[in-house]
Design a protein around this ligand. Structure first.
Ligand SMILES: [Zn+2]
Length: 640
């Protein structure tokens, strides 16, 4: 699976959580930000995935489940045997790994079936069984990391020299466990930390309860006299209104509702940040950021370079906002509520059926070469996709590649528009990444990081966008695709970096010994929002009433998660440029990055592919791309 697509909305909450669960389980799916209602009456079975590749029938799944439960139950018999010899360690790790591999296949079937139709109780029960089995496996192997740490690096490395197979298959996971030694405490302290874990998750539960259930959302009357209850999905719909008075009204009402709960939402988020800071300190990390980046072994300099380079690129963002102001025909100050209406319209919106999508994706991704395209064709020939919305089906879009021995599955809610086409290319990027990984890596090294995964998918969106611009038949069509590409850089890069910077600022306030509150958060957010929007330069005027926006972003409860959207897009931009310029050598470096799967830390995998994510280059490549898109728009405008 791979990570939630960038978003600023609450409605993708479930998807984002699913992505987190996926990160814990296998690491990578991309639920799309957009949610679509399941309106079609009956699903066409030709567009429903065939899960018999996983298990011929639900009954077979149950048989496999019972067998695996027996194996899982026995995993603690390996306890205290790993230090005996290289052979003993190898045998135990193989047994544990094989259970994980079978579990991933079982869980994939359960999860995909559940997403087909949430109204079928049997499917939900199967999913619960899979979760319970996963918990059992965790319990039966909880001793593993402590045991390896107590054996120590010296002996583990000696075993690896004696048994090449041990090193080949399990070397990376062993290194990953040993890396935690300086942050692992004594048995008593570890016990205390384990039991405080559920307490630290409660702020997120408070946030959910308030914003998804208890908060009263306001009613507004729009210019055409329709009355709308502004919950989150209505807010996301009506903020794009072409009527300026309407979108202002929508903003005023929606953010007022959040402002009424500024103290409560501030207290909840403060508690979350306090928990992050506490856990980092307890585990002897220098700060909360380094603790959060530690699972990926990601240098802090990547995060700090990202923020610095986004600031260096603000003139480009401001150029975009000035362009937006001109195109929307706004004569007074551009306001924050002017950020969402599309800049370009087409009289007839393009429509793509699934055959168009396949053909265009293959054409647009031709720069990746024969192997890549063959893998896509192989996928298209199989019944791997659940394509169209239907009642009961899960929202959004994702790729699930957890069943190592089978093949990826993909879920969409395709409605034939350009965004659906773009999502199609995005998710197939994840699928081919998975196929290249399983072809080249053992199961134990197939768990790739979100940091890499999102580059593998966003680069497809970029190539698709270039292709659509190149093949557009009219000037208006070209402008339409150029506009979409600009919006995607604004929301996936600049907006996410602003979130990342805000998140860092909150943690650093507490680390400096300062107090936090909802009011203080709005102050910090206002200052960032004004900088990014060019308030002082007169680019966009920020009304402080909208500085409560932080209060509705669920991602701030995910401990430094959003920065990966922005880094991934920057890495994809540098690769796209290199492939255009150099051709085959750059393409091979990119494909080798996908083939590497989870065999190394993501920063290192990137570096081997010739890109240093702690250097300014990738971020500069993306910002230069944004400028080029605007250059193209300005040239086209003159050819009126
Ligand atoms: Zn994705």
């Amino acid at each position: 699976m791979d990570a939630a697509r960038p978003t600023d909305s609450l409605s993708v909450r479930a998807n984002a959580l699913m992505a987190i669960a996926a990160l814990l389980a296998l690491g990578g799916a991309a639920p799309a930000a957009e949610t679509k209602s399941s309106s079609e009456a009956k699903p066409d079975m030709a567009y429903i995935w065939d899960l018999s590749d996983l298990y011929p029938s639900p009954a077979q799944w149950s048989v496999a489940y019972d067998a695996l439960k027996v194996r899982a139950d026995k995993l603690d018999t390996y306890k205290s045997t790993l230090g005996h010899s290289a052979g003993d360690m190898h045998k135990a790790l193989d047994a544990i790994s094989d259970v994980h591999r079978a579990l991933a296949r079982l869980s994939t079937f359960a999860s995909l079936r559940a997403d087909e139709d949430s109204r079928i109780a049997e499917n939900q029960e199967r999913k619960q069984l899979a979760v319970a089995l996963s918990t059992l496996v965790d319990e039966k192997t909880a001793w593993l990391a402590p045991e390896i740490l107590s054996i120590g690096a010296a002996k583990v490395h000696e075993f690896e020299t004696q048994d090449k197979g041990l090193a080949e298959r399990h070397g990376f996971s062993l290194d990953n466990i040993l890396r935690a030694a300086p942050h692992t405490l004594g048995e008593e302290a570890e016990g205390v930390l384990a039991s405080v874990g559920t307490v630290l998750q409660q702020p997120n539960a408070i946030f959910d309860a308030l914003t998804l259930a208890n908060m009263p959302y306001p009613m507004v009357k729009l210019s055409d006299s329709t009355e709308v209850m502004l919950d989150q999905s209505a807010y996301e719909k009506y903020r794009s209104s072409g009527n300026r008075a309407d979108r202002r009204k929508v903003f005023d009402a929606f953010w007022k509702a959040f402002s009424d709960y500024q103290d409560t939402l501030g207290a909840s988020l403060t508690t979350q940040i306090m928990g992050d800071v506490f856990a980092a300190k307890a585990r002897k990390y220098p700060n909360a950021l380094s603790a959060a980046l530690s699972p990926d072994n990601m240098p802090e300099s990547v995060y700090r370079t990202l923020v610095a380079q986004a600031h260096a690129g603000l003139p480009t963002l401001h150029r975009y906002l000035r362009l937006r102001k001109r195109l929307l025909g706004i004569t007074d100050d551009l306001a924050y509520y002017d950020g969402y209406p599309p800049m370009f319209h087409l009289a007839n919106e393009p429509h793509f059926d699934v055959d168009d999508e396949k053909r265009i994706a293959l054409d647009a991704l031709a720069p990746f070469g024969a192997e890549y395209l063959d893998l896509m064709r192989k996928g298209f020939a199989g019944q791997w996709m659940n394509l169209y919305p239907h009642p009961g089906k899960a929202n959004g879009a994702y790729m699930n590649g957890s069943a190592y021995d089978v093949h990826p599955y993909l879920l969409f809610n395709d409605n034939g528009d350009y965004e659906s086409l773009s999502t199609f290319a995005h998710e197939w990027g994840h699928a081919v990444h998975t196929l290249l990984t399983t072809k080249n890596q053992p199961f134990e090294k197939s768990n790739y990081s979100t940091f890499i995964a999102e580059s593998a998918s966003i680069i497809n969106e970029m190539l698709l966008s270039e292709y659509m611009v190149d093949h557009a038949k009219t000037r208006d069509e070209k402008l339409y695709y150029l506009g979409a590409a600009l919006e995607s850089i604004r929301t996936t890069f600049f907006r996410q970096v602003m979130f990342a910077e805000f998140e860092l600022a909150l943690h650093e306030e507490l680390e400096k010994g300062n107090a936090l509150s909802g009011e203080r958060m709005s102050e910090i957010y206002c200052s960032l929002l004004k900088q990014y929007s060019g308030d002082a330069q007169g680019v966009m005027k920020i009304d402080p009433a909208y500085c409560i926006e932080w209060a509705y972003v669920p991602h701030f409860y995910y401990d430094f998660y959003v920065y990966q959207y922005a880094t991934s897009m920057a890495g994809a931009a540098q690769f796209t440029d290199a492939i255009r310029k150099e051709g085959a050598p750059a393409r091979e470096r990119f494909l080798n990055m996908l083939r590497a799967g989870g065999s190394d830390y993501p920063y290192e995998i990137y570096k081997k592919a010739g890109i240093d994510m702690a250097s300014p280059e990738p971020y500069r490549a993306l910002i230069a791309r944004m400028d080029r898109l605007m250059d193209q728009i300005e040239v086209l405008e003159k050819t009126h």
